[in-house]
Design a protein around this ligand. Structure first.
Ligand SMILES: Cc1ncc(COP(=O)(O)O)c(C=O)c1O
Length: 380
């Protein structure tokens, strides 16, 4: 195998980030406090269109703190889309609460707003409202917030937006991360903007931001002698990593454009093959094109999703199945699930293609050739 490996969504860092990182290093703000952290928070708050941003060590930490801000406690329930990465559900269990999983709509692969409304209505009727609803902006496309917010508002239930995959996307002109009580961003190495690991809680609510900042710094009171009235966490991002994030966010428009071009190319070059259907793009918003994903109809394509994955692997190309839904995970087998056919089908047939912003034209061609080779071998 001579061709270099093509990864699913590797980091794309440049001299811009390198320079900012070295400047931060030389400034000796080598700590979870410093001017780059402040600047990074201000930059992201501005981008998301919210008043406050708290930089954290991961998106998972941001979810944990956002759920705490929503008042989630032991014994509570929280509605969570089943079709997501485990972090969305894990954070619920950190607080001793239980996720109730909901299916997605095939129209966007995001949580079905009708199911959310039904579940809230029936739980309200039995006096068992959840403490919060988590929405996820899947693969960089926003959930359908008008009906979701209307349902949450009707019953006074807090919405937490898991926009870990969606920085730079928007819904009816409003940026991802800005919906509900608080939004969650991830700067994990595979995300559109990375700090090599990190996250952020974004919110318009000064109280939520102050509480998150406090809990993220071991809940240390502002006195000299290390006073703690409550139990906190060590969740702050390093100033060095914030410097990397500043550079990444400066380049965000270009990073989105590169992923959009990859999505366009795959659609143009593979769209004629029968049995392949790309993730639908809802007309209510603009995705950030984080990952290009599609469904494989084995009968019409002539081979199943796993045969394509296998061949891509043989060509030194990393691709992945779509998320395995939470209601099918052993870790969550005791949790309630509403619906499930859509997310199970997305998992069975869904394929995520290499989508990194540094993909070259040659890389994209290799991916397309590999997929077309599988289609051709079935015809022979
Ligand atoms: C939907 C979703 N939520 C949460 C996370 C967690 O973010 P992190 O890895 O920064 O903890 C991720 C990605 O990693 C994600 O894709």
């Amino acid at each position: 195998m001579t061709d270099t490996r093509i990864y699913l969504s590797p980091p794309d860092v440049s001299d811009v980030e390198r320079k900012l990182l070295l400047e931060a290093f030389d400034s000796n703000w080598v700590a979870p406090v410093g001017p780059d952290l402040d600047a990074f928070e201000a930059q992201v708050a501005d981008l998301v269109g919210v008043r406050h941003a708290v930089a954290l060590s991961s998106g998972t930490a941001a979810l944990h703190l956002a759920l705490m801000a929503a008042g989630v406690r032991r014994g509570d329930t929280v509605l969570v889309p089943s079709f997501t990465f485990a972090a969305s559900a894990n954070a619920v269990t950190y607080l001793g609460a239980r996720p109730v999983f909901l299916d997605s709509t095939a129209a966007s692969w995001n949580v079905d707003p009708g199911l959310v409304a039904d579940e809230l209505r029936s739980r309200a009727a039995h006096g068992r409202l959840p403490r919060a609803v988590i929405t996820v902006d899947m693969y960089g496309q926003c959930a359908d917030y008008d009906p979701l917010l209307a349902a949450c508002d009707r019953y006074g239930v807090a919405l937490v937006e898991d926009a870990a995959e969606a920085l730079g996307a928007s819904y009816r002109g409003r940026p991802a991360g800005s919906f509900g009580l608080a939004g969650v961003l991830s700067f994990n190495g595979n995300k559109i903007v990375t700090t090599g690991g990190g996250g952020m809680l974004v919110t318009d609510d000064a109280r939520v931001a102050a509480q998150a900042r406090h809990l993220a710094t071991q809940a240390r009171e502002p006195v000299a002698h290390y006073e703690h009235r409550t139990v906190g966490y060590n969740y702050r991002l390093s100033n060095l990593l914030a410097a990397v994030g500043r550079g990444q966010v400066q380049r965000l428009d270009g990073l989105i454009a590169a992923r959009r071009e990859t999505a366009r190319y795959y659609r143009a070059e593979l769209g004629d093959l029968s049995g392949l259907t790309f993730m639908p793009i809802a007309d209510y918003g603009r995705p950030n094109w984080w990952l290009t994903c599609l469904l494989v109809d084995a009968e019409r394509f002539g081979a199943g999703r796993d045969r394509i994955l296998e061949h891509l692997g043989q060509q030194n190309i990393e691709a992945r199945p779509a998320w395995k839904p939470m209601h099918l995970q052993p870790a969550f087998q005791d949790c309630v699930m509403r619906g499930g056919a859509v997310s199970a089908d997305l998992f069975r047939r869904g394929l995520c293609l290499p989508s990194g912003s540094a993909l070259t034209g040659h890389d994209r061609e290799r991916v397309v050739t590999a997929v077309r080779t599988v289609a051709a071998e079935q015809k022979r």
